[in-house]
Ligand binder design. Sequence first.
Ligand code: 13P
Ligand code: SF4
Length: 374
Amino acid sequence: MSVQPNVASLASTVVKSGATPALAAETVPLTAPQARRFEPLPMPDLTWTPEVERATAHLYEKVSRVIPSIEWPFFAPYIKAINEAKKLRDAVILGHNYMTPEIFHCVSDFVGDSLQLAKLAAKTEAKVIVQGGVHFMAETSKLLSPDKIVLMPDMKAGCSLASSITGADVRALREAYPGRPVVAYVNTSADVKAEVDICCTSSNAVAVVESLGVPEVIFVPDQYLARNVAAQTKVKIIAYKGACEVHERFTAEELRRYRETDPNLKIIAHPECPRDVVLEADFTGSTKGMIDWVKDNRPARVMLVTECSMADNVAVETPGVEFVRPCNLCPHMKRITLPKILDSLIHMRTEVTIDEALAVRARRSVERMVNLKH
Ligand code: 13P
Ligand code: SF4
């Protein structure tokens, strides 16, 4: 498999790593917002009191290995207020594995990788979903739960992969490679999902590609995930030029240096990393796959080659495992904070809406993935 140069030239909107992503929400006409009907909740008292300390003590016990006690008096009043506001709003918080530990362990109702969150969004009976993650995840939740109100605590929480490709780019690829089905990583806008045949996540990409039963597919937008999938299947992959700005920064050389200092160190990597990084790792998988691997194998020392908060979140549940941390932060995920989540619940903002005609087409490719038996 190779990234086709003529494909890259079609990618008029490809952004370089680190560039500010354009948000799909800005390009999609917004229809039928429902959150407007709700009055704001009264602003809770956010002072650190003995009552707040008592009410959140069980949560602090859980995260005390990764959150210094000096930080807790800032977090705790927000955590208490968010957990109360969720009940008043009949809301759930879906927390991606890259959320910081105070969000992941103390206010999220469901946590997981992109595929787990998509499935949970489809199943939950709550009226409101607050997305602890980035914009494409909130759009995916809205596609799968069209009758629910989906709130993004910060609409600027984008993704370098999602902003690297548009629906028009997919149409151009189809023209350049007629007859090949298009598989889109779920890290894309609804505009792109509407143009493709099926979505995939990092946990099911090989199964999705093979499910199509064809010798060649177009795979967008992550060139590294495409390479890593191509290495595991006979299906020929036509790749695009997108990249995750977090994972493409890791190098195989860096990993080798860590191994030299401790030959027993276990290294596990996300498949959004470059191919030589993945080849250097002992295991590669989605964020859920990585977490399961640490829980199942309990290595003495492990390095998670992915976003920084993952190690904190797993450390809470795996005492005895030492985490080596040459991690990279995702600036988009880190836009989601406790104050912004509370603001979302109080004001019911900012609601994610997708034009219905677009949603019908985009939903098809997400549902095709979710319904796949694998
Ligand atoms: P997964 O959680 O599906 O592995 O995705 C990682 C990621 O980068 C999400 O933005
Ligand atoms: Fe996008 Fe990478 Fe951040 Fe995930 S970690 S949201 S793929 S930029």
